[in-house]
Design a protein around this ligand. Structure first.
Ligand code: URA
Length: 436
């Protein structure tokens, strides 16, 4: 086979055969395909798209390009979740222990934040001593013994995706639905879970800016999962404004742990989100036969303290101290804190999630580029939601900063992200639909 023929086929809107796709991914993984040919094919796919069969072939070829975990020697059925990335999204920290406390094993590999999007590993690492690195045998042992493991990518999963993503990033070919779907699903399939709940965010603070594009991505990923023999459901969830109140790392971890404690300060939108995502995980694994039953079971697991103790078990198994689970107020605090004061009264019209995410990067809580270091202590707590009424000079949150200068800049950036209207504003929905 010749790479130029494959590129020409896609350029001319022909369907690529399974053999062509497999050959291309094999050459890419072996390092024998030059970057310019891989990039040219990415651009041809970006422009011409891919059929369902081609997208599934591409995903499977990418999933086959490295290690593939089989968790069945550890558990009969494992569930996983994936969020397409957002601002204030600490859902995994709450949902995974609750689902595990309901008797469904959870084995999850998570990632780090980049740009305005936060990452689960960064939030967990705000707990001193907690280790994201769990070797594969320990990963399986922990899911078998505790029913919950949350780690960074340990095996070499879908290395072809790493290569392709690096090229897509610099050739303006990231935002293609078949390429995003294959990228996400290749890693999920290789990670070995039987059931996968995809939380596809839509809105200003998400990859997918509109409900229509989010639905298309969700449908493509659900189709891939089904064709690959996995149980998959996708939720389309709101990401025009941040999820919950806290945006950062230690403050998000604190908010998540307090949610597991059943604190009265739990942000209602966040709890509702957790119930919905976790509810679908329970249903996929056969742990509940309806969303209502699943939500009741999850609430009971939180109220009884079982979910909190499952979280503590996982933290301790991975080197962290349970002290921070019992007393999240002990997590490191920032040196500078200032109130966020809104200057006019009315109805909150907009809380631009991307701008709030960028304000938290400016404070030091996120990365401009891969490999940047982050400050776990800093971030933003914003206790208002679109549709709320506010009074002039009302304190609506706090900026948490490492220096006086970033405190001022962070405060100004947060205020810029807020719009208040003289007219009543409808609250935003939490979800825009489910794709099964
Ligand atoms: N996340 C991924 O893993 N891949 C993409 O292409 C986009 C988002």
């Amino acid at each position: 086979m010749r790479a130029t023929d494959i590129i020409a086929h896609k350029r001319d809107a022909l369907q690529l055969s399974t053999a062509e796709i497999n050959w291309f991914i094999e050459q890419l993984t072996a390092g024998t395909l030059p970057d310019y040919q891989a990039s040219a094919l990415m651009m041809a796919i970006y422009i011409q798209g891919m059929s369902r069969r081609e997208t599934v072939d591409l995903t499977l070829a990418m999933a086959n390009s490295g290690d593939q975990l089989d968790l069945h020697d550890a558990v009969d059925y494992a569930v996983d979740k994936h969020s397409s990335g957002g601002v204030g999204d600490k859902t995994s920290l709450v949902v995974l222990p609750i689902v595990a406390a309901c008797g469904v094993p959870v084995a999850k590999m998570s990632g780090r934040g980049l740009g305005f999007s936060g990452g689960t590993l960064d939030k967990m690492e705000a707990i001193p001593g907690w280790q994201a690195h769990v070797p594969i045998e320990s990963f399986k042992q922990q899911v078998r013994e505790i029913g919950l493991v949350l780690a960074g990518q340990t095996a070499e999963l879908a290395p072809a995706d790493g290569k392709l993503y690096a090229l897509r990033d610099v050739t303006a070919t990231v935002s293609s639905i078949p390429l995003i779907a294959a990228s996400i699903m290749s890693k999920k399939l290789a990670a070995g879970s039987d059931g996968i709940v995809l939380d596809v965010k839509v809105g200003r603070g998400a990859f997918m800016k509109t409900v229509e594009s989010g639905r298309l991505l969700a449908e493509t990923m659900v189709n891939i999962g089904q064709d690959a023999g996995r149980d998959v459901v996708a939720l389309l969830s709101e990401m025009n404004q941040p999820l919950g109140y806290a945006v950062g790392n230690a403050n998000e971890t604190r908010e998540a742990i307090l949610t597991l404690h059943g604190s009265a300060d739990t942000p209602p939108d966040f709890w509702e989100h957790c119930l919905e995502v976790g509810g679908h995980m329970l249903i996929l694994a056969g742990g509940a036969d309806s969303l209502d039953t699943a939500k009741e079971k999850m609430t009971a697991a939180r109220d009884s303290g079982r979910a909190l103790s499952k979280f503590r078990q996982m933290v301790e198994a991975q080197g962290g101290s349970g002290r921070f689970v019992d007393r999240p107020d002990l997590l490191e605090q920032p040196p500078f804190v200032a109130d966020i004061t809104i200057n006019r009264g009315g109805w909150v019209e907009e809380i631009d999630a991307a701008a709030i995410g960028m304000a938290s990067v400016l404070l030091g809580a996120g990365r401009e580029k891969k490999g940047d270091s982050i400050d776990y202590r800093v971030g933003i707590n914003l206790m208002i939601k679109v549709g709320d009424t506010v009074k002039a000079n009302q304190v609506v949150g706090q900026v948490l900063a490492a220096t006086e200068a970033t405190l001022q800049a962070g405060n100004a950036a947060v205020l810029q992200a807020l719009t208040v209207s003289d007219q009543p504003v409808k609250p935003l929905p939490h979800f825009y639909g489910t794709v099964t």
